[in-house]
Write a protein that binds this ligand. Sequence first.
Ligand SMILES: [Zn+2]
Ligand SMILES: [Zn+2]
Length: 181
Amino acid sequence: MTGRWDNKAKKRIDVSMPAIVADYNNHMGGIDILDSFLAKYRFRIRFRRWYIYLFWHFLSMALVNSWLMYKRECRLLQLPDKQELPQRKFQAIVAECLVSVDSDKKRGRRTSSNPLITKQKVVNIPCADVRKDQVAHWPAKSEKRGRCRMCEINNTNTMCSKCGVRLCFVDGRNCFVDFHA
Ligand SMILES: [Zn+2]
Ligand SMILES: [Zn+2]
């Protein structure tokens, strides 16, 4: 029930209100915020069929909501603001994981970057969903030798063909396995 001014009776009267309206009124602040995040990076694609728009809308909503949950986790973990991924980057990484996970080179695109900020520089490694998917991480030889991404001690020309990073495999150390475990 909610109150409404009645002009004829010149007094406030009670009218019934569907529960969904009450819910909306209580939470519309949150819906406005969600809409503004959705509007920020909207898919600008034209479709002939209206229900495709619905699909993209729900997908976008799930994406924004998961980013908000990610931000909440970051706050709980007390991560510095700098390390928090902005919405656009977060969306890009989710997209990249979706196309790369469980794929090999023939079926999917080679994963390129998940920028993690380290003390000295930005390094690119694939996200954990791709790194640990156990699919098509074949060893390959790179032209140039370089520092192993895992132990950062050994110089090696062995690399993962999917992740695109150098990983050593020597007596007493198997960074190739450690990186993907
Ligand atoms: Zn190593
Ligand atoms: Zn790999």
